[in-house]
Design a protein around this ligand. Sequence first.
Ligand code: CAA
Length: 379
Amino acid sequence: MNFDFNEEQKAVQIAARDFAQTELLPGVIERDELQKFPTNEVKKLGELGLMGIMTAEQYGGAGMDTVSYVLAMEEICKVDASTGVCMSVNNSLVCWGIEHFGTEEQKQKYLIPLASGKLIGAFCLSEPEAGSDATSQHTTAIEDGDNYILNGTKNWITNGSTASIYLVIAQTHPELKHKGINVFIVEKDTPGFVIGKKENKMGIRASDTHSLMFTDVKVPKTNRIGEDGFGFKFAMQTLNGGRIGIAAQALGIASGAYERALAYSHERKSFGTEIFNHQIIQFKLADMATKIDAARLLILKAAYLKDQHKDYTEAAAMAKLFASQVAMDVTIEAVQIHGGYGFVKEFHVERMMRDAKITQIYEGTSEIQKMVIGRELFK
Ligand code: CAA
């Protein structure tokens, strides 16, 4: 077993770390406070090749593997998990989905600008009454000559207002249940497509999360991805990879909080010594470091399986389940180690604790991950 990274993987890790420290860190507290989307920062991420890391170079991407993607995600999310989720959705759900299942025409028209970071994408599966129960799609897509007509509402959409290209999942043949669902590429300026309210969130506040409304939105048939009825399978397969990205986001939040707590424990003195010298603090840090390492190994295993074209459904769900719990545990302890300073914004760890929670909810709650793992165990 080889635990070393290759030169390309090490280079992307260093590039993402430098970018996070120089470009993301200075404004991260303000963006969180003001719920300000990192427009310039995401543009620069695109220029670095981090908005289409896994996409082939011929389609505007960096042509790297999933391990590289995980390493970059961790570094970005150590500093700014809001920027991280924008990057994750664009990479694993939107670009990966179009690259693997789209037509050549769709790749030329949509994937190239998305993977090169010129445009941002969004993935629209959740609805007011279809979150975990994703087969219960109420948004409809009715055939009409060379088009489909979309009607319905989507909820909790990451990159909701900043995206230009939306992958929209909708029901065409309700009698076929999940086998009647389709997925469409919808352009932002299509008549009848309205961006609804922005959510005022507890965490990842700089990412823009919106509801979206579709009223008689006409989408050409050429914008359907895959065969008629492929939409649910498309969503499930892209989400398998998405879960690796969100697990890496959770890992970044945890390792960012841990590094801050470790540094603080060497600065802060109590009872005549640095608090690191108190065994209770060392025990906390030892637990945090061990959990982070275990999460990292699970995530890298899932990424490795994906890169080897092996089944990674269970590994991705395990990685997300575990890493998101680690993110919660570690950030809570990081705040505790900081004491009162952990409760104020300047020390970053309170934001990380708030950001950690969403990793247990989106791209499938922890309970959904257990369902996925359970089903795989009994296959
Ligand atoms: N990988 C591949 N295929 C899968 C799959 C997976 N992980 N899970 C299910 N499928 C397939 C099944 O094999 C089945 O295929 P067949 O018809 O060929 O048998 C089909 O999909 C239907 O599956 P189920 O019968 O298991 O469907 P279900 O309704 O019982 O449950 C579920 C499926 C796993 C619970 C699914 O609904 C699910 O994953 N829900 C969570 C949805 C989710 O993650 N939403 C996140 C929104 S996106 C987001 O958060 C992005 C963002 O903005 C950050």
